[in-house]
Ligand binder design. Structure first.
Ligand SMILES: [Zn+2]
Length: 268
């Protein structure tokens, strides 16, 4: 499942590969990709527009186009995007956008779960407003995190996964950040001490920045698979294995329907 680091890597690579190019045609193999808009209408709105910039908001890939339109692509479970020669298009491609240099942006989506939407300026701004804060943005400060934590009785792990607060911090990175900051995943957010908040904030930014760098380096070649779990995690998926700090066995509990991995000794 692509998480924030993988989506960020896709956006950066797509920007390198396609910014400045013009979409001359768009094709879709399935109507559900663009629903409720028909593929034909969708293609007509895209044709002739230049791609100014490719960037990420939460787990959305956003292509800023001339004429104040934004193409929003959500990769969901298995979706992937890259630029390549049409001859290399895979059979699981659900859409492709022909560029003015003859290459194409391929939207590969074996499980048919990805979705696309064209946003006008108003919709793009509304989407931005309704999403939580970006953890890698300058607005995400220890003071901001402390203020939001103060207002929540949720367990720290559940608080971190709340997309209306901070976006894109998935199950893996939330567990890793709590471990790095030595915060118990079950501790209520409003019980965290200023020092714990500072450590948690620093851990979130460090861990995500490292994961983005790693995902970006892995995603050199068009269509390369995106893997979240190969970055040398310290605690995630390590139930029963020794804690890397204190050798205590890593424990697993369910929180809000998701597995949380933590060290019962270091994180309390
Ligand atoms: Zn430990």
């Amino acid at each position: 499942v692509p998480e924030l680091p993988e989506v960020e890597a896709v956006c950066r690579r797509l920007h390198e590969w396609a910014a400045g190019r013009t979409i001359v045609a768009a094709r879709f193999t399935r109507p559900q990709t663009t629903r409720p808009t028909s593929p034909r209408t969708f293609a007509r709105r895209l044709a002739g527009r230049q791609i100014d910039r490719v960037h990420r908001r939460a787990k959305n890939v956003l292509l800023a186009l001339t004429g104040d339109l934004t193409l929003r692509i959500h990769l969901r479970m298995t979706g992937n995007l890259w630029v390549d020669d049409p001859a290399n298009r895979p059979s699981t491609a659900r859409a492709w956008f022909t560029l003015d240099d003859g290459r194409e942006i391929v939207f590969d989506d074996p499980r048919l779960l990805g979705r696309m939407e064209i946003l006008d300026a108003g919709r793009a701004s509304a989407l931005d407003q309704e999403l939580g804060l970006e953890p890698l943005s300058d607005a995400f400060t220890p003071a901001w995190l402390a203020e939001r934590a103060q207002r929540s009785r949720k367990p720290a792990k559940v608080f971190l996964l709340d997309q209306s607060i901070v976006v894109g911090l998935g199950n893996i990175w939330a567990a890793e950040a709590l471990f790095a900051a030595r915060v118990a995943p079950a501790a209520p957010a409003n019980s965290l001490k200023p020092r714990q908040i500072r450590h948690l904030h620093a851990a979130i930014q460090e861990i995500l920045a490292r994961a983005v760098k790693s995902a970006y380096e892995q995603y050199r070649a068009p269509g390369q698979t995106l893997e979240s779990e190969g970055y040398g995690v310290a605690v995630y998926n390590r139930e029963g294995l020794p804690c890397l700090r204190c050798r205590t066995a890593i424990a697993r509990v369910a929180q809000a329907g998701r597995s949380t991995y933590f060290c019962p000794r270091c994180q309390r």
